[in-house]
Design a protein around this ligand. Structure first.
Ligand code: TNX
Length: 532
């Protein structure tokens, strides 16, 4: 199984599973099992082939499962636990059980499972800004996450290259900010060439409501991200007055770090408060909202006398301090709405975060360790090995990626809370998340290819803390399930002929080059850290 349960013991008796088997027990738990394993019939109260019990002494995501001649007995700590018991039961059945045509009955060897996750945050991030992914693809990603007991979907909804969610208050965000006339096709350092194909799309607020409900029924929490104050070209293309200079902007048609930045003045804060209200209103209970804070170029703030005067009126001594103040102000607004803020690590380095803000250390685990030791909850998200927009091999056959190399084995070997950290630091690591930045993920087929099977290794590490015994063998067997599910994953020995790169181009960064650059960036930021 992937992820491997904490305890799994074979039993001598076997169990006969048939479509239409009856699930009995508390309705909410039984319904969760039915979502995980379609084709079961619900008969509350009666004793069925699958018998459910609620045990509040277990954690909400924990479950026990005994499968024997008397049927299946599940004890779950909550709806999520019952759902995961259903997913484990599903994985005990043959691969064919993942097909819509699944029918007939299967004999399954008996087993006893006791299971609970090591980490509370088991996430996948999807950048829908650089390339948009239709609602259908997001629903499908949620299905695949659920199979792997992943439970946080971080949607990167706004960036320089596009804004991806309806606002009823700011209609230009969808009219103007949600599309671009063309997209760069050349690589770093080359003269820019473009595809001349309009690209765009957005989720309506009703779409978000639907996505959130679908996710919630599968134990997945959607974490929306509005990346500010940098990465703001798309917003500013529609509402230039929210910028630092009032100058005109376009939705960007190429990648990289742009100087476009929102102003920190009250109208921007008001704008974002309205957006948060609309987002949370559509998503329903939203425990986390990501506010970005990465790769911010503060030049435009420094050039504005209005912003400088505002900074001085707040008694702040530097622009980075003003940025910290701005992000903290947004985190306060979110707190009033019942959500905790999440930020990329730059926002931690500039200091002054609310204590309950979660930090995502993308530039490496050392900055994550500093955030943890400063008492922040940390979700491990380092480029290596969790940026799944990087290629899995240096082969010329590998489809074009931002850089290389991150393998399944690299992911499986990752330790989100390293042994050499103190117990206190380790206790602040709430989880782990892989990133699917989409500059080089233009479509759903490429998304499958980049995500799987690396996300299987992610799931194993997130659920167990580290890859369990026989991971490689289990993964090979697991690919049969992905085949039945129709996932266009990357085969372990490289792309299929139709998945190969065309035309042949070298990738942009080697991992060594990139690590050096990130270290440099973290140190540069250090030396300009304001004293708050
Ligand atoms: C860095 S990670 C970024 C993104 C890019 C990504 C590409 C982060 C907070 N910023 O804007 O898409 O690298 O790997």
């Amino acid at each position: 199984m992937i992820p491997e349960p904490r305890l799994l013991r074979p039993l001598s008796a076997s169990y006969e599973h048939a479509r239409g088997a009856i699930v009995s027990g508390p309705v909410e738990l039984a319904d969760a099992v039915r979502v995980a394993l379609p084709g079961l019939d619900l008969l509350p109260g009666d004793s069925g082939a699958v018998d459910l019990r609620h045990d509040p002494a277990l954690g909400a995501e924990a479950y026990k499962l005994v499968l024997g001649s008397r049927g299946v007995e599940i004890t779950a700590g909550g709806r999520a636990g019952a759902f995961y018991a259903g997913q484990s039961l599903h994985q005990l059945l043959p691969d064919a059980s993942y097909r819509f045509s699944a029918d007939g009955s299967w004999t399954v060897p008996g087993v006893r499972i006791e299971d609970s996750p090591r980490f509370a945050w088991r996430g996948l991030h999807l950048d829908v800004a650089r390339h948009f992914f239709a609602k259908r693809e997001v629903l499908r990603l949620i299905d695949l996450m659920a199979v792997h007991k992943l439970n946080r979907l971080h949607l990167h909804l706004a960036d320089d290259q596009g804004w991806r969610v309806e606002s009823r208050t700011y209609p230009l965000l969808t009219e103007v900010s949600s599309h671009r006339p063309r997209t760069v096709t050349s690589l770093r350092g080359d003269p820019r060439t473009y595809d001349d194909l309009p690209h765009g799309g957005f989720y309506s607020l009703d779409d978000l409501t639907e996505l959130a409900a679908y996710a919630r029924a599968r134990g997945v929490v959607i974490v929306p991200e509005i990346d500010v104050p940098g990465h703001a070209s798309a917003i500013l293309a529609a509402y230039p007055a929210l910028g630092a200079t009032g100058e005109r902007h376009e939705v960007l048609d190429h990648w990289g770090i742009s100087p476009a930045i929102l102003s920190p003045l009250p109208p921007t804060v008001e704008f974002l408060a309205t957006i948060f209200d609309e987002l949370v209103g559509a998503l329903g209970e939203t425990p986390y909202v990501h506010i970005g804070g990465d790769e911010v170029v503060l030049d435009r703030w420094a050039a504005s006398s209005e912003i400088t005067a505002y900074r001085d009126s707040l008694g702040l001594g530097s622009m980075p301090a003003l940025q910290s103040w701005f992000l903290r102000r947004l985190a306060d607004l979110l707190a009033e709405r019942g959500s905790r803020a999440v930020v990329w690590d730059e926002a931690f380095v500039s200091g002054g975060l609310r204590q309950d803000t979660l930090v995502m250390p993308w530039r490496g685990m050392e900055v994550g360790r500093r955030a943890a030791s400063a008492g922040h909850d940390v979700v491990a998200t380092p480029v290596f090995p969790l940026y799944f927009d990087y290629a899995e091999s240096t082969s010329e056959d590998e489809p074009r990626a931002l850089g290389d190399v991150i393998t399944v084995a690299d992911v499986a070997a990752f330790a989100p809370a390293p042994d050499h950290w103190t117990d206190d630091e380790r206790s602040h690591v709430v989880g782990v998340q892989a990133q699917l930045w989409s500059e080089y993920i233009p479509d759903a087929g490429t998304l499958d290819y980049r995500a799987w099977p690396r996300a299987c290794a992610l799931a194993e590490v997130a659920w167990r803390g580290s890859a369990g015994e026989g991971f490689t063998e289990r993964l090979k067997a697991h690919l049969g399930r992905l085949d039945a599910l129709g996932v266009r994953y990357r085969p372990l020995d490289g792309p299929r002929p139709w998945q190969r790169r065309r035309p042949h181009r070298p990738s942009s960064y080697t991992m060594a080059e990139l690590m050096e650059r990130l270290d440099q960036m973290t140190h540069d930021a250090e030396s300009t850290r304001p004293s708050v």
